[in-house]
Write a protein that binds this ligand. Structure first.
Ligand SMILES: Cc1cc2nc3c(=O)[nH]c(=O)nc-3n(C[C@H](O)[C@H](O)[C@H](O)COP(=O)(O)OP(=O)(O)OC[C@H]3O[C@@H](n4cnc5c(N)ncnc54)[C@H](O)[C@@H]3O)c2cc1C
Length: 320
């Protein structure tokens, strides 16, 4: 069940089966001028994203999977088939009855198996620019994020990587010429991306963001409209998880996932790093900071019960 069943270009939506991944869907859409926006940083299936209530790098601009799901076909435990918005319907809004679609987002298969999904598509932007900027402290990086949002810059992605994550990425990319000849300075860092209708529009967004980052003690703000430079930058972000587990041979990844109001984000990240140091746990931090969401990535030995106990205790403290 890996087919894209419908693409409704004029309605900005499509219907997919559960085996369709984000990459596959965007390949099918390439000629249409549309794209599917939710990108959790892994090539997940669209229905898997719905089942886990995923967000991702572009949610700050295009919303989470919740904002992008229109209708679901679900098989319930007695074998009956349910359409959460009615069979074949693709409404932008409905005020009729309960919101059953949302009930099945994040249910991880406990209420039913999603056998097809109608999701929103977005017009592919005509122009892109991307930037990277290191900061003196976590607080100054997060303050820059808040200011960028306050200035209503329609930022498409704004991702935070702490110095440990940058170190792991530099190590992972060493000798991989197709990804990065470029090493990033090992400090709290923001990766940013801007989408617009023209090159001048995305340049202007980058220039305004640079002014804000500089005012918040940002170091060098490097930006580009060159698609190769942009792809190289995001390849570092997309490989962050693998870079972290690459630091410890034979380890598996363990990722926490918490979200707070942005005004509390700097505090919670600083305290989390303190907790890691105090308990001598190695972890890297990446965050979709435009929404106050961040992950601590840990490289764990799943067969070491003491280590797993310590890992779960850390995760519990973080969630609390
Ligand atoms: C490197 C990495 C980074 C990530 N970063 C983020 C992030 O930043 N933000 C975020 O929100 N998430 C993130 N995730 C989590 C990601 O969103 C989920 O792992 C992914 O969406 C799950 O999709 P999948 O196709 O891999 O599903 P699976 O892993 O196969 O399944 C996930 C769960 O959903 C259920 N499920 C899957 N398909 C269906 C279906 N058709 N019907 C009913 N239940 C189903 C499964 O039973 C299981 O419980 C990340 C994951 C990875 C590996």
């Amino acid at each position: 069940m890996d087919q894209v069943l419908e693409v409704n270009e004029q309605d900005f939506d499509c219907v997919v089966q559960p085996g369709v991944t984000r990459t596959k869907l965007n390949e099918v859409l390439r000629e249409s001028g549309l794209f599917f926006s939710v990108d959790p940083g892994a090539d997940a299936s669209v229905c898997g994203m719905i089942a886990t209530g995923a967000s991702g790098t572009t949610s700050v601009r295009y919303g989470t999977i919740k904002n992008n799901t229109k209708n679901l076909e679900v098989v319930l435990s007695d074998g009956s088939i349910l359409y959460t918005r009615g069979k074949g319907r693709r409404p932008w809004k409905s005020s009729a009855g309960y919101n059953l679609t949302d009930l099945f987002i994040g249910q991880e298969g406990t209420l039913g198996i999603i056998t097809s999904a109608c999701v929103h598509l977005h017009p592919r932007p005509q122009a892109f620019s991307a930037a990277v900027c290191g900061f003196k402290s976590i607080k100054s990086a997060i303050d820059a994020v808040v200011n960028i949002r306050q200035m209503a810059i329609p930022i498409a992605r704004i991702e935070f990587l702490d110095e440990e994550q940058i170190k792991a990425c530099n190590l992972y990319n060493e000798g991989k010429s197709e990804y990065l000849a470029e090493r990033h300075e090992e400090c709290p860092t923001l990766f940013l991306e801007f989408h617009g209708a023209s090159e001048s529009e995305v340049e202007q967004q980058a220039i305004t963001a640079e002014e804000i980052c500089t005012a918040n003690n940002g170091r060098k703000f490097k930006w580009s409209v060159d698609s190769q430079v942009i792809n190289r930058l995001w390849s570092a972000r997309h490989h962050a998880y693998y870079a972290t587990i690459g630091t410890k041979k034979g380890s598996k990844g363990f990722s926490t996932d918490v979200c707070v109001p942005i005004s509390r984000l700097a505090d919670v990240i600083v305290n989390t790093k303190k907790d890691l140091d105090e308990h001598e746990i190695y972890g890297t931090i990446v965050g979709h900071v435009g929404e106050g969401n961040f992950h601590v990535l840990l490289a764990v030995d799943e067969h070491n019960s003491d280590e797993m106990k310590q890992t779960w205790e850390f995760s519990d403290r973080l969630v609390k």
